[in-house]
Design a protein around this ligand. Structure first.
Ligand SMILES: [Cu+2]
Length: 68
């Protein structure tokens, strides 16, 4: 179990947070997602290491941007 912290831009409300959460939870091995809309901070817990590419792809697909 490891925890990864990302910054996502473009989220403005709870629906944005839900979309990002759903996208990240669809990644194999992801066990938890916590989103703070105001800061754009996203904490992802996972059973295996995640690549920036797969996390970025999931966030892009949800309509937002991984910035860090
Ligand atoms: Cu929104």
């Amino acid at each position: 179990m490891s925890e990864h912290i990302y910054t996502v831009s473009g989220m403005t409300c709870g629906h944005c947070a839900d979309a990002v959460t759903r996208g990240l939870q669809a990644i194999d091995g992801v066990s938890s997602v916590e989103v703070d809309v105001a800061s754009g901070r996203v904490v992802v817990g996972s059973a295996r290491p995640l690549t920036t590419a797969e996390v970025g792809a999931a966030i892009t697909e949800a309509g937002y941007e991984l910035v860090g």
